[in-house]
Design a protein around this ligand. Structure first.
Ligand code: GAR
Length: 211
């Protein structure tokens, strides 16, 4: 969604989740304020029975599920996922703890307006185990990154980052929980800005506002 809607209608967010959905909840809470400039119009998941879907249901937000195993190939799943997202006509797609890589078809349709939140400071520790990898490496500072999704693994243009300390007695869980506190604040602040101000991407640099 490079430019804000001229009619000032709230931007339409579709949020994809795979688990507990605390980042989704932060967005649901933030979007309850009309001044936020966006609303969650649907929540999708790659699996059933997760807390993230229950949170959406509780907030009266429609849900959908696209499971890889229900399709004959990863490409068919990717196409179906993009179709399910398209049914809700989003301005911005937010991957909030979505533990699948979206594929070429999805990116062809929603590239440039899909963001993902990753629990590490990119380009360090990409992939599924950001907090564990940071802890194992012994870094003293880690954090979270909001980025515009591209074809790589956590490689897209960076919208925002937030740093958190790694403490001597951290476990993966305590570190990840500390990251998630920063992540929820980052996600709500910067998705709101993307919705209200619009943004451009030039040479990997994400800037707010219209050109
Ligand atoms: C978040 O920390 C998010 O960055 C991470 O999963 C967590 C979801 O928490 N995503 C990834 O690691 C994606 N590679 P939540 O379900 O409580 O929002």
């Amino acid at each position: 969604m490079p430019t804000p809607r001229t009619d000032r209608a709230p931007a339409r967010l579709v949020v994809l989740v795979s688990g507990g959905g605390t980042n989704l909840q932060a967005l649901l809470d933030a979007t309850a304020d009309p001044a936020y400039g966006a609303r969650v119009v649907a929540v999708g998941a790659d699996r059933d029975g997760i807390e993230g879907l229950a949170r959406a249901d509780k907030a009266d937000v429609p849900t959908f599920v696209a499971r890889v195993k229900d399709y004959t190939s990863r490409e068919h799943w990717d196409h179906a996922l993009a179709d399910k997202v398209a049914a809700f006509d989003p301005d911005l797609v937010v991957l909030a703890g979505f533990m699948k890589l979206v594929g070429p078809d999805f990116i062809a349709r929603y590239g440039g307006r899909t963001v993902n939140t990753h629990p590490a400071l990119s380009p360090s520790f990409p992939g599924m185990h950001g907090p564990a990898d940071a802890l194992a490496y012994g870094v003293k500072v880690t954090g979270c990154t909001l980025f515009v999704v591209d074809a790589g693994v956590d490689t897209g243009p960076i919208v925002a980052q937030s740093a958190v300390p790694v403490l001597d007695d951290d476990s993966v869980d305590t570190l990840h929980e500390r990251i998630k506190v920063a992540e929820r604040a980052m996600l709500t602040e910067f998705v709101g800005r993307m919705a209200r101000e619009g943004f451009t991407i030039t040479d990997r640099k994400v800037r707010f506002g219209t050109p």
